[in-house]
Design a protein around this ligand. Sequence first.
Ligand code: ATP
Length: 136
Amino acid sequence: MGKLHLEVVTPSGVLVSAEVDMVVAPGTEGEFGVLPGHVSFLSGIVPGELRYTSGSEKVSFVVTNGFAEVSKDRMSVLVDAAEKSSEIDVERARKAMERAKERLAKDRKSADIDFSRAEAALCRAITRIRIAEKTI
Ligand code: ATP
Protein backbone atom coordinates (compact mmCIF):
# COMPACT_ATOMS: atom_id res chain seq x y z
CA MET A 1 0.00 0.00 0.00
CA GLY A 2 1.13 3.58 -0.67
CA LYS A 3 1.94 6.11 2.01
CA LEU A 4 0.00 9.04 3.36
CA HIS A 5 1.72 12.40 3.62
CA LEU A 6 0.92 13.86 7.06
CA GLU A 7 1.48 17.48 8.02
CA VAL A 8 0.75 18.83 11.48
CA VAL A 9 0.93 22.62 11.52
CA THR A 10 0.65 24.98 14.49
CA PRO A 11 1.13 28.77 14.72
CA SER A 12 4.76 28.07 15.67
CA GLY A 13 5.44 26.08 12.52
CA VAL A 14 5.31 22.68 10.85
CA LEU A 15 5.63 20.10 13.61
CA VAL A 16 5.27 16.97 11.47
CA SER A 17 5.89 16.45 7.78
CA ALA A 18 6.17 12.71 7.22
CA GLU A 19 5.21 9.78 5.02
CA VAL A 20 3.07 7.56 7.23
CA ASP A 21 1.00 4.37 7.04
CA MET A 22 -1.92 5.31 9.28
CA VAL A 23 -3.19 8.21 11.36
CA VAL A 24 -5.73 8.20 14.18
CA ALA A 25 -7.02 11.64 15.13
CA PRO A 26 -9.51 13.12 17.63
CA GLY A 27 -12.33 14.54 15.50
CA THR A 28 -15.36 16.53 16.61
CA GLU A 29 -17.50 13.46 15.76
CA GLY A 30 -15.15 11.08 17.57
CA GLU A 31 -11.81 9.44 16.88
CA PHE A 32 -11.20 8.62 13.21
CA GLY A 33 -8.57 6.68 11.31
CA VAL A 34 -7.04 7.57 7.97
CA LEU A 35 -5.20 5.16 5.66
CA PRO A 36 -3.65 5.95 2.27
CA GLY A 37 -6.41 6.20 -0.35
CA HIS A 38 -8.98 7.56 2.08
CA VAL A 39 -11.82 9.60 0.56
CA SER A 40 -11.44 13.38 0.82
CA PHE A 41 -13.01 14.94 3.87
CA LEU A 42 -12.78 17.68 6.45
CA SER A 43 -13.16 17.35 10.20
CA GLY A 44 -12.86 19.58 13.21
CA ILE A 45 -10.17 18.51 15.69
CA VAL A 46 -10.74 18.60 19.44
CA PRO A 47 -8.19 18.19 22.27
CA GLY A 48 -6.94 14.62 22.28
CA GLU A 49 -4.32 12.21 20.99
CA LEU A 50 -3.17 12.17 17.39
CA ARG A 51 -1.05 9.13 16.61
CA TYR A 52 0.53 7.76 13.50
CA THR A 53 2.54 4.75 12.44
CA SER A 54 5.31 4.79 9.89
CA GLY A 55 6.83 1.34 9.37
CA SER A 56 7.63 0.09 12.86
CA GLU A 57 7.65 3.62 14.30
CA LYS A 58 4.68 4.71 16.41
CA VAL A 59 4.39 8.39 17.30
CA SER A 60 1.89 10.07 19.61
CA PHE A 61 1.05 13.78 19.92
CA VAL A 62 -1.37 15.79 21.96
CA VAL A 63 -3.29 18.26 19.83
CA THR A 64 -5.71 20.99 20.90
CA ASN A 65 -8.34 22.58 18.63
CA GLY A 66 -8.30 22.97 14.88
CA PHE A 67 -9.23 21.02 11.79
CA ALA A 68 -7.99 18.28 9.50
CA GLU A 69 -8.25 17.98 5.75
CA VAL A 70 -7.76 14.68 3.92
CA SER A 71 -7.32 14.62 0.17
CA LYS A 72 -5.32 12.58 -2.34
CA ASP A 73 -3.07 10.69 0.09
CA ARG A 74 -2.39 13.88 2.05
CA MET A 75 -3.62 14.79 5.49
CA SER A 76 -3.14 18.30 6.86
CA VAL A 77 -3.86 18.98 10.50
CA LEU A 78 -3.96 22.64 11.56
CA VAL A 79 -4.22 23.10 15.30
CA ASP A 80 -3.70 25.82 17.90
CA ALA A 81 -1.08 23.70 19.69
CA ALA A 82 0.50 20.26 19.54
CA GLU A 83 3.32 18.55 21.36
CA LYS A 84 4.81 15.07 21.42
CA SER A 85 3.12 13.05 24.17
CA SER A 86 6.52 12.05 25.57
CA GLU A 87 7.47 15.76 25.89
CA ILE A 88 4.46 16.93 27.87
CA ASP A 89 5.33 18.87 31.00
CA VAL A 90 2.86 17.26 33.41
CA GLU A 91 3.61 19.74 36.21
CA ARG A 92 2.77 22.64 33.89
CA ALA A 93 -0.46 20.93 32.84
CA ARG A 94 -1.40 20.33 36.50
CA LYS A 95 -0.87 24.03 37.26
CA ALA A 96 -2.96 25.00 34.22
CA MET A 97 -5.67 22.61 35.44
CA GLU A 98 -5.66 24.15 38.95
CA ARG A 99 -5.83 27.69 37.56
CA ALA A 100 -8.77 26.78 35.33
CA LYS A 101 -10.58 25.01 38.18
CA GLU A 102 -10.16 28.05 40.46
CA ARG A 103 -11.62 30.30 37.78
CA LEU A 104 -14.53 27.95 37.17
CA ALA A 105 -15.29 27.78 40.91
CA LYS A 106 -16.01 31.54 40.97
CA ASP A 107 -19.45 33.03 40.69
CA ARG A 108 -20.84 32.41 37.18
CA LYS A 109 -22.18 35.99 37.13
CA SER A 110 -18.72 37.45 37.67
CA ALA A 111 -17.99 39.73 34.73
CA ASP A 112 -14.21 39.46 34.93
CA ILE A 113 -14.06 35.68 34.36
CA ASP A 114 -14.28 34.23 30.88
CA PHE A 115 -15.82 30.86 31.73
CA SER A 116 -15.70 29.36 28.26
CA ARG A 117 -11.99 30.22 28.06
CA ALA A 118 -11.43 28.59 31.46
CA GLU A 119 -13.39 25.51 30.35
CA ALA A 120 -11.26 25.21 27.22
CA ALA A 121 -8.05 25.57 29.26
CA LEU A 122 -9.28 22.88 31.67
CA CYS A 123 -10.02 20.55 28.76
CA ARG A 124 -6.51 21.06 27.30
CA ALA A 125 -4.87 20.48 30.68
CA ILE A 126 -6.87 17.31 31.46
CA THR A 127 -6.14 15.96 27.97
CA ARG A 128 -2.38 16.58 28.41
CA ILE A 129 -2.33 14.88 31.81
CA ARG A 130 -4.39 11.90 30.59
CA ILE A 131 -2.22 11.29 27.54
CA ALA A 132 1.10 11.90 29.33
CA GLU A 133 0.14 9.38 32.02
CA LYS A 134 -0.92 6.84 29.39
CA THR A 135 2.38 7.34 27.54
CA ILE A 136 4.69 6.83 30.54
P1 ATP B 1 -0.48 26.99 29.83
O1 ATP B 1 -1.47 27.80 30.63
O2 ATP B 1 0.37 26.08 30.68
O3 ATP B 1 0.30 27.81 28.82
P2 ATP B 1 -2.30 26.31 27.71
O4 ATP B 1 -3.29 25.19 27.57
O5 ATP B 1 -2.88 27.68 27.77
O6 ATP B 1 -1.37 25.96 28.97
P3 ATP B 1 -1.58 26.31 24.96
O7 ATP B 1 -2.04 27.69 24.61
O8 ATP B 1 -2.45 25.17 24.55
O9 ATP B 1 -1.24 26.23 26.53
O10 ATP B 1 -0.11 26.05 24.34
C1 ATP B 1 0.89 27.06 24.27
C2 ATP B 1 2.20 26.39 23.88
O11 ATP B 1 2.73 25.68 25.00
C3 ATP B 1 2.07 25.37 22.76
O12 ATP B 1 3.24 25.41 21.99
C4 ATP B 1 1.93 24.03 23.50
O13 ATP B 1 2.42 22.97 22.68
C5 ATP B 1 2.83 24.29 24.72
N1 ATP B 1 2.36 23.60 25.93
C6 ATP B 1 1.29 23.95 26.69
N2 ATP B 1 1.19 23.17 27.78
C7 ATP B 1 2.21 22.28 27.69
C8 ATP B 1 2.64 21.19 28.51
N3 ATP B 1 2.00 20.86 29.64
N4 ATP B 1 3.73 20.49 28.13
C9 ATP B 1 4.40 20.82 27.01
N5 ATP B 1 4.06 21.82 26.19
C10 ATP B 1 2.96 22.56 26.52
